[in-house]
Ligand binder design. Structure first.
Ligand SMILES: Cc1cc2nc3c(=O)[nH]c(=O)nc-3n(C[C@H](O)[C@H](O)[C@H](O)COP(=O)(O)O)c2cc1C
Length: 362
């Protein structure tokens, strides 16, 4: 029976345990240039000393207009890679595996960061830009920006931006790359019939709509070394009824992404439309989706990560033991307690991976 503190092998990369820090935007690039700052090193680094097995960076944009907010991280040049190199080195020195979330915000780009305004309004002044999407339909913010519909050639260029972003990420020292295809951002906007009504090769039926996420996954896989893993984060459902993207669609897509080279599918949900109806948001609310996807991957080597209010040691361990997921990801709990893995190990009677500098506290 696997245990939360068992290692997990993903290609030739070994996670020391099954706890991952879920990607979390920090909105902390001081000069709105996408370059990592001390904040990113301290934030991600302290989660490595906190004992997690896998640390995934925030949504890191593969091109400037793919940032959600002007202060988001980017990975569109060698300079961006250099700015992250210290962070990945620190994470590895402390026994965790650094992963980058390669992202494009699509039509949800150019918004103020949380806390700058009372609600999530779009940036229409000189710090903002025109978002892009599968159609001209903007995300229905209170003050939506005009949205540019990507041409077929421009969609192909997006694939190349992800490929180049992955190359820079590798230079930055990341061991794993996660394609962000969830939460209503560009790749999700393309695979969901709610947001994709195109009639070119990137639209139409299931095959057309999922073409972009599959091409991006393959492009990243092509440049990512064979011994290192690639992940894809999906929204399992739009939470917008049976006519839109559903968990059945995700279960159909999962083995295709495994064939494209994904080693872990990180199963999240929703955020493609403000009218979504989430059935419940209590503990482990998205785990049933991860479980469904895991069943769909039975004939593959691809693993599954579960995320969403997985906040206790016992609960996380039970998910792994009962083989409902291969690993768990935590976001808000990790903000609350960066040392959660150390505390969880103690609670579960396992030797916590305490850094020697901190022995006296344990
Ligand atoms: C501050 C914050 C920032 C987030 N930024 C991202 C992000 O950059 N990429 C992403 O895929 N999800 C992002 N999320 C979603 C989390 O990764 C996670 O899926 C979600 O919060 C549910 O997990 P939790 O219940 O453990 O918080 C963010 C969540 C929080 C709280």
């Amino acid at each position: 029976m696997p245990h939360l503190f068992d290692e997990l092998e993903l290609r030739d990369t070994t996670l020391r345990n099954r706890i991952a820090v879920s990607p979390m935007c920090q909105y902390s690039c001081d000069d709105m240039d996408g370059l990592a700052t001390d904040w990113h090193k301290v934030h991600l680094g302290s989660r490595a000393t906190g004992g997690a097995g896998l640390i995934i960076s925030e949504a890191t944009a593969v091109e400037p207009r793919g940032r959600i907010s002007p202060q988001d991280l980017g990975i569109w040049s060698a300079e961006h890679a250099d700015a992250l190199a210290d962070t990945t080195a620190f994470i590895k020195k402390h026994g965790a595996v650094p992963a980058i979330q390669l992202a494009h915000a699509g039509r949800k780009a150019s918004t103020y960061r949380p806390g700058d305004r009372d609600d999530r309004t779009t940036v229409a002044d000189e710090d903002g830009w025109t978002p892009v999407g599968p159609t001209e339909e903007p995300y229905p913010y209170e003050q939506p920006l005009d949205t540019h519909k990507l041409t077929t050639e421009e969609v192909e260029e997006v694939v190349e931006s992800f490929r180049e972003g992955a190359e820079h990420a590798l230079d930055a020292g990341f061991e794993a790359a996660e394609v962000h295809a969830a939460h209503g951002y560009l790749l999700h906007e393309f695979y969901s019939p709610l947001t994709n009504t195109r009639d070119d090769k990137y639209g139409g039926d299931f095959e057309g709509r999922t073409r972009l996420v599959r091409e991006v996954t393959r492009a990243v896989r092509e440049v990512w070394p064979d011994d290192k893993p690639v992940f894809v984060r999906l929204s399992a459902t739009d939470w917008m009824g049976d006519e839109n993207w559903t968990v059945e669609d995700t279960a159909r897509l999962a083995p295709l992404l495994a064939a494209d080279g994904a080693d872990m599918l990180d199963i999240s949900g929703g955020a493609n439309h403000p009218d979504q109806e989430i059935p419940h948001t209590g503990p482990h609310y998205q785990v049933p989706y991860a479980e469904t996807v895991r069943e769909a991957l039975d004939d593959t080597d691809c693993t599954v990560g579960a995320v969403g209010a997985i906040n206790t040691a016992e609960g996380a361990d039970a998910l792994v033991r009962n083989e409902r997921a291969d690993l768990v990801l935590q976001a808000r709990q990790s903000l609350y307690d960066p040392n959660f893995p150390l505390h969880a190990a103690e609670e579960l009677g396992v030797e916590p991976p305490v850094p020697r500098q901190y022995y006296r506290g344990f």
